[in-house]
Design a protein around this ligand. Structure first.
Ligand code: SAM
Length: 338
């Protein structure tokens, strides 16, 4: 524990810090955008190198306190915006100006451990799950979305095979009493699950993930964010993304592959001869990095992290429309009215 840390602050472990900094290669300075500031792990490390500039953002107001400290310490080299990825283009104004964008997706340990926010199934508080700047809460979703869409949300974003029964039981329960507290939802999920497919993960994990993604429109945010990143990168600039679940990873894998110079075999959605898709990136090696066993030992959360990165070419930016077409079903589902 360092001197500034109190026993109330959990220790902070930015995932794959060494690998991210190596990819950023800040020895000779550069402009970096830390799109998921959180506790500021990557920003702080980048600012240790002279001549670096960091623009950081986070949708969570909780990130402001740490950001203020960096603003004071690295005046003129660090700026912070309490904003979402989907508004990145309002923050950045100069095209071809950024060396690296970093996206470390999902929620932070601070958000998960703040039981008042209802992200954790260990909480006994209201089911909120708003990461910041969301228009709805998970409580509203549980009580106001119809059964068909609830089922779709849980099955699609949680990849929960028993989504139908969970949705049905949520609707039954709310007919008697509004569902507001985390333990109420936990009870419904536990009673709905017949088969435990994976004993290693809690029975609630998938439904909680689904609600969190929907409440925060995480897929819409990710797609908007990576498109803007490609727009503002310098030639040879990089996008680094750390994902924690298969939907995020699928999107990044497709984006990096489909718009790279060596894009692999034509997709059945877009036959090669018909596609006019722009080539935005140099060759893609389709590989990803995982945290080392040593890191996983210290920070078990890093076990599910996958790091992918890609380098921009010098072609003019053109909207990668196929990305939104390919993942339209996720975008449409996130944008249903509640
Ligand atoms: C895994 S944490 C990042 C941790 C950070 N790298 C660190 O070292 O502390 C993800 C952070 O991204 C933020 N976030 C998630 N989605 C966002 C979005 N669409 N726009 C802005 N911030 C977002 C969350 O609020 C959270 O603080």
């Amino acid at each position: 524990m360092n001197a500034a840390q109190t026993s109330l602050d959990p220790p902070h472990f930015p995932v794959m810090l060494k690998e991210v900094i190596e990819i950023c290669s800040p020895k000779n300075g550069g402009s970096f955008v830390d799109c998921t500031f959180g506790g500021g792990g990557y920003s702080k490390e980048l600012l240790k190198f002279p001549n670096t500039k960091v623009i950081a953002l986070d949708r969570d107001k909780g990130a402001i306190r740490e950001a203020e400290k960096l603003k004071e310490r690295f005046s003129g080299r660090f700026s912070f915006y309490n904003e979402k990825f989907s508004n990145l283009d309002l923050i950045l104004n100069e095209k071809n100006s950024i060396d690296t964008f970093i996206f470390d997706l999902g929620i932070s340990s601070n958000q998960l451990l703040d039981l008042d926010r209802g992200f954790s199934f260990k909480s006994n508080k209201r089911i909120d799950m708003n990461m910041g700047l969301s228009e709805i809460s998970a409580e509203e979703v549980l009580n106001e979305v119809d059964e068909k869409n609830l089922k779709l949300i849980i099955k699609t974003f949680g990849e929960e095979k028993e989504g139908s029964r969970i949705a049905k039981n949520i609707v039954r329960a709310r007919e008697k009493k509004r569902i507001s507290l985390v333990p109420e939802l936990v009870k419904i999920i536990e009673a709905s699950k017949k088969k435990i497919f994976n004993k290693k993960i809690n029975v609630c994990t998938k439904t909680f993930q689904a609600l969190r993604i929907f409440v925060n429109k995480e897929i819409t945010e990710l797609i908007e964010g990576i498109i803007t990143a490609a727009k503002f990168l310098k030639a040879d600039g990089k996008i680094v993304v750390i994902t924690f679940h298969s939907i995020e990873d699928k999107i990044i894998k497709f984006f990096f592959n489909y718009y790279s110079k060596n894009r692999s075999k034509p997709s059945r959605y877009f036959p090669e001869e018909e596609t006019k898709a722009p080539i935005l990136f140099h060759n893609n090696n389709n590989k990803f990095l995982k945290a080392s066993p040593k890191e996983i030992n210290i920070n078990p959360k890093s076990r599910s992290a996958k790091l992918r990165f890609i380098m921009r070419n010098n072609e003019q930016f053109k909207d990668p429309d196929e990305l939104k077409i390919k993942f339209k079903r996720y975008l449409d589902l996130e944008n249903i009215n509640v």
